[in-house]
Design a protein around this ligand. Sequence first.
Ligand SMILES: N[C@@H](CCC(=O)N[C@@H](CS)C(=O)NCC(=O)O)C(=O)O
Length: 227
Amino acid sequence: MSAQTPIIVHHLNDSRSQRVLWLLEELEVPYEVKFYQRTADYLAPPELRAVHPLGRSPVITDGPVTLAETAAIVEYLIKKYGKGKFVAPEEGELTELYFRNFSEGTFLPILGQQFVFEQVPKKAPFLLRPLLKVVFTGLTKLLVAKPLQGSLDYIETTLSKSNSTWFAGGPEPTASDFLLSYGIETLAVEKDSPLGPKAKAWLAAVQARPAYKRGLKKGGDYAYAKN
Ligand SMILES: N[C@@H](CCC(=O)N[C@@H](CS)C(=O)NCC(=O)O)C(=O)O
């Protein structure tokens, strides 16, 4: 394969894959977007399985490399194309290590659970819906509300202590910022958004970046920000 073959991002509408487009625009690396549309069940279409066995987005191909998992993709791209940018300063390295793991290991799973609990009553047979709504609202209060609020409080505390706009306190966003953008954006568009002032200001800074705006235009439909 030629060294000039551009990176291809296998991109699903309204998805966490948008983070990869933002990063690639920041890196100023040529890339192409291959679009996949969610099915009526909000799943990825089966064609994505031909690219990666799990059939989820994002996946990138970069010459002979095929890589899935946003956190792995972000780390790979910054290492390979970052030219030393988008890396935490020494004093922010631990915060960086923590928050990029927190994003995928704690924050997004809580939001995923919230999403599923909301969906169950909506997808249930009509007559069961009122009962399931009561049950799953209760489960959300029990299992989602507290850890979510704890996570948001910790985000507020961390951003208050940062030496800059960004989680790791450096002059540029780092992997933590790219990864957290999706979860924070999904909460920003909720009615009565639970985001605190620091998270809102951080998101405004993300969305004001020219590279972010270019990524949004390239990605097409994205329900969590205006393009
Ligand atoms: N941990 C993976 C999760 C990938 C994932 O679940 N992507 C969603 C998009 S937000 C997807 O492809 N959903 C469609 C499906 O599961 O069929 C990552 O961060 O890349």
